[in-house]
Design a protein around this ligand. Structure first.
Ligand code: NAP
Ligand code: ZN
Ligand code: ZN
Length: 356
């Protein structure tokens, strides 16, 4: 049995739970979880903001831990290895997307690390990383570089790869100007990664208090997005915008900051509808309005290796299990620099009666 924290309804908040994890099958890796990042998606999902969920629901898809044991067919991992698991634990492995290493866009639907239907394991609902252990097929496990702090690596498994993937897709390089909208978990990784790729970075924030912190992170310029004059001054100055805002907001003012052939990648998935995009905003500069979802497994490893090379990690605030609900409240209020990470050693050992 594994100790865990999860939601038992959309209104319950997070409460202590006990989970049954499967015994590792031939291709599986059993991981003793050390750290799990708190993603805003965990808030959306546990609160039912993205539609009905199966409860109890243990969130968490920024998992770092050490391998406990491996199945008989596993060759790439051994007990004691430090590994990571991100947002996916399975996909069909046969469709064009899977074969291209784009498992996140699996045509038959990837299996999310939590709340997903685990069809290769009897259709059980997957349960995530706010937990003491997890069992995952080795194809969906990545290696954590030894030179990085494992707690600060955890957020890379979602926030890191979700921002790395569109930056790479757009071939960001030296000379490009990247705009980052929203300075939270995803946003701060977008700043670090874009800088490491050689771009100049402009941060758009609603929080005046984050201006010095954004500059410290490496931003070349910080624009208060509610200041119309500051927005107007950024006219036609950016090649690519990475939008990470977790709430509905008007994109049209951001399109005006893009140059011809620029693109805006929307990564945030607010619970409510966004104000409409004006087609004219797109046409006047041949802009692309795109979305992007996490990254593939090989790309996740590529991102981790890139971070190892550039000594990049998330800026984290460690929380114990009993601080999770407060951490969610602070995340919704925008009060985090820049990612909460759960120290899973603070989870209660499963109670004896729960085994019955
Ligand atoms: P986060 O740490 O909470 O950061 C979101 C940031 O958005 C805030 O720090 C804030 O930045 C800005 N914001 C502005 N107005 C806001 C409002 N009314 N409510 C909340 N935030 C507001 O969240 P995150 O973990 O980075 O996730 C951001 C979004 O991306 C979420 O919707 C999440 O579900 C989604 N997501 C998508 C993917 C994907 O694959 N596409 C992956 C992970 C997460 P400022 O203070 O700077 O304005
Ligand atoms: Zn996430
Ligand atoms: Zn597939």
């Amino acid at each position: 049995m594994a100790a865990a924290y999860g939601a038992v309804s959309a209104e319950s908040g997070l409460v202590p739970l006990t989970l049954a994890r499967r015994a590792p099958k031939a291709d599986d890796v059993e991981i003793a979880i050390e750290f799990c990042g708190l993603c805003h998606s965990d808030v959306h999902a546990t609160r039912g903001e993205w539609g009905a969920q199966n409860y109890p629901l243990v969130p968490g898809h920024e998992i770092v831990g050490t391998v406990n044991r491996v199945g008989s067919a596993v060759e790439d991992f051994a007990p004691g290895d430090r590994v990571g698991v991100g947002c996916m634990v399975d996909s069909c492995r046969e469709c064009d997307s899977c074969l291209e290493g784009l498992e996140q866009y699996c045509e038959n639907g990837m299996t999310g690390t939590y709340g997903g239907k685990d069809s290769r394991n009897g259709g059980a609902i997957t349960q995530g990383g706010y937990s003491s252990s997890v069992v995952v097929d080795s194809r969906y496990v990545v290696r954590v570089p030894a030179n990085l702090d494992p707690a600060a690596v955890a957020p890379l498994l979602c926030a890191g790869v979700t921002t790395f993937s569109p930056l790479r897709h757009f071939d960001v390089e030296e000379g490009d100007v990247v705009g980052v909208v929203g300075l939270g978990g995803l946003g701060h990784m977008a700043v670090k990664l874009a800088k490491a790729m050689g771009a100049a970075v402009k941060v758009f924030t609603t929080s005046e208090a984050k201006v010095p912190a954004a500059l410290e992170l490496g931003a070349d310029e910080v624009i208060l997005s509610r200041d119309e004059d500051a927005m107007a001054a950024a006219n036609r100055s950016i090649d690519l915008i990475i939008d990470t805002v977790a709430a509905p907001h008007d994109l049209n003012p951001y399109f005006r900051t893009l140059r011809v052939d620029g693109a805006l990648f929307q990564l945030g998935l607010p619970a409510e509808a966004m104000p409409p995009v004006n087609p004219r905003s797109l046409m006047r500069r041949r802009l692309a309005y795109s979305g992007s979802m996490i990254g593939g497994i090989a790309e996740t490893q590529e991102m981790l290796d890139f971070c190892a090379e550039h000594n990049l990690m998330a800026d984290i605030e460690m929380v114990s299990a009993d601080q999770l609900n407060e951490a969610y409240r602070r995340m919704v209020a925008g009060d985090v620099k820049y990612r909460f990470v759960l120290d899973t050693s603070t989870l209660q050992a499963p109670a004896e009666e729960a085994d019955a």
